[in-house]
Design a protein around this ligand. Structure first.
Ligand SMILES: C[S@@+](CC[C@H](N)C(=O)[O-])C[C@H]1O[C@@H](n2cnc3c(N)ncnc32)[C@H](O)[C@@H]1O
Length: 264
């Protein structure tokens, strides 16, 4: 295992990235134990797309659920990388045989064509420069390599998208922006990568558990709850709001998710 306690090579938004790394370093337990990320058909799908790989890089690994699943699926070398050294340590402690490194997704310290698979799940909404991230993915992937990507996605309507992002930023100051499926496809179109499969789906999000994972202070919880109560009707429909049986308190909703299978 190689491991760096300093984050390697951050070149832009250094203050913001330092804050993001610190806030995730305080949240390792929630990301390790939370069932939302630990399992799911989406995780199986990403791993299936990369099952022939021999040398994979998981970007923004969090508690290592994708990296660990790749190793379990027989990928012989798996590098678990994250901006937060504490997350990298959590991943490598939890899953045997992973290599771990603390790095910025937008500046990967690897040579060209080094991996035959790159994965990134539920993290790109934290990246200030998603196009720089995609350029790095393209650079480190060997020709024919796989990129299996998943992130939250917002409706195409800019007003609904802005509303969702406002809520997300209140919950997590490191949230930069959740993009629409179309935005990801436009960015990918400008690279030399080829999109093979697009799945737009949704994922149930239990509001209290989601707030607890980032230890959101009470005042911000109340503001988020108010925004959810006042959400535009189109968002309530699109995200299938579910209320608690005995009142109008929101229990859960289906947040938008996009999965992309891309080849180099
Ligand atoms: C929700 S967690 C990732 C979950 C994980 N991929 C999974 O499937 O279980 C988001 C992760 O993104 C990482 N992150 C945020 N900005 C990053 C960046 N610029 N480069 C690398 N990792 C970053 C955070 O430290 C955090 O561990």
């Amino acid at each position: 295992m190689y491991f760096s306690l300093q984050v390697v090579g951050v070149t832009n938004n250094t203050g913001r990235k330092r804050d993001v790394a610190a806030s995730f370093s305080d949240a390792t337990d929630g990301y390790l134990e939370g069932n939302v990320l630990k399992q799911g058909a989406d995780l199986e799908q990403l791993v299936n797309w990369c099952s022939d790989a021999t040398c994979a890089l998981d970007v923004a690994t969090g508690a290592g659920h994708v990296a660990g699943s790749l190793a379990d699926a027989g990928v012989s070398r798996v590098v678990a990388s994250d901006l937060s050294p504490a997350m990298v340590r959590t991943a490598t402690d939890e899953y045997r045989g992973l290599e771990g490194v603390a790095v910025d997704a937008e500046r990967l310290p690897f040579s060209a064509d080094q991996f035959d698979a790159v994965t990134c799940r539920f993290a790109a909404h934290h990246f200030p420069d998603p196009e720089a991230f995609l350029a790095e993915v393209e650079r480190v992937l060997e020709p024919g390599g796989m990129f299996a990507f998943e992130d939250l996605c917002v409706p195409a309507d800019p007003e609904l998208a802005a509303y969702v992002n406002r809520i997300e930023r209140l919950r997590d100051s490191g949230h930069v922006e959740t993009y629409s499926r179309g935005q990801w496809l436009d960015w990918l179109d400008a690279t030399g990568l080829t999109v093979e499969t697009v799945h737009e789906t949704s994922r149930e999000l239990e509001v209290d558990a989601w707030l607890n994972r980032m230890a959101v202070p009470e005042e911000d919880r109340q503001r988020i709850r108010s925004l959810l109560s006042d959400a535009p009707a189109d968002l309530e429909t699109a995200f299938e709001f579910q209320y608690e049986a005995d009142g109008d308190r929101l229990a859960s909703y289906q947040t938008g998710v996009v999965l992309l299978h891309v080849t180099a």
